[in-house]
Design a protein around this ligand. Sequence first.
Ligand SMILES: Nc1ncnc2c1ncn2[C@@H]1O[C@H](COP(=O)(O)OP(=O)(O)OP(=O)(O)O)[C@@H](O)[C@H]1O
Ligand SMILES: [Mg+2]
Length: 253
Amino acid sequence: MNSPAQYLLETRDLELAYGAFHAVNGVNLKVEAGTIHTIIGPNGAGKTSLFHCLTGERQATAGAILFNGKNIIKKPTHGRVGLGMARSFQLTSLFQNLSVRENLRLAAQGRDGLAALNFWRHVDSRREHLEMADQVLERLQLTTRADTLAGELSHGQQRVLEVGMSICSKPKLLMLDEPTSGMGIDDIPIMTQLISDLGRDHTVLLIEHNMSIVMSISHRITVMSHGQILVEGTPEFVRADERVRIAYLGEAA
Ligand SMILES: Nc1ncnc2c1ncn2[C@@H]1O[C@H](COP(=O)(O)OP(=O)(O)OP(=O)(O)O)[C@@H](O)[C@H]1O
Ligand SMILES: [Mg+2]
């Protein structure tokens, strides 16, 4: 029998080149199951490019991606979703003219793919999807807005709903790229609480610029700069590292 993989997600010498420019340049990332693992780094460091490689939106130009110990580098995006990798998209996945509950129900249905069209399973699975939608509504603290159209929610609540849609597929790994960007100051604590709460039963890979959020909810932090990993460790370790300070201050340092 194979022993379980030490890491849920691991990249080996991962590279993504845009022509001659390497946006991701030899990244060895190790994400332990059950952690909130945050990637930080200055603008242009390659964080989103790394996510593109992980989801398969961009084909890595070299290296390996191990998910649960299996190299998935050749798998297309939908194959990776099927293995349990989910990514939250900024406002593009919401149906503005459907209710909050209906958005969540459709996200839960999406998990079943073509099986959702099977007539004999239809009634049972519709009930399952509605139950899932109601569970997630509670988790998002949006139960009272269940029948509101998604487009009528505040921007912050829409972002929260998006994260909720990505957990409807019961992913093993949840990838969030700047979930608080563009959010008003009043909505940020709700999103922070939600991510922290999701970290109790998911592995979360987060990209975030807001340092007070990063430092308060992350178990591990990877700092990227110029397409490479600069430092990796606990929040305390990263906070104290001089190289990180210099990377953020840039040329002025
Ligand atoms: N399609 C592309 N073609 C060429 N270069 C690109 C492309 N996409 C991104 N880049 C470059 O790759 C580098 C890394 O970009 P990326 O978006 O991954 O950075 P990031 O760390 O997510 O930054 P931010 O914090 O601003 O979101 C940048 O220099 C960017 O200009
Ligand atoms: Mg980015």
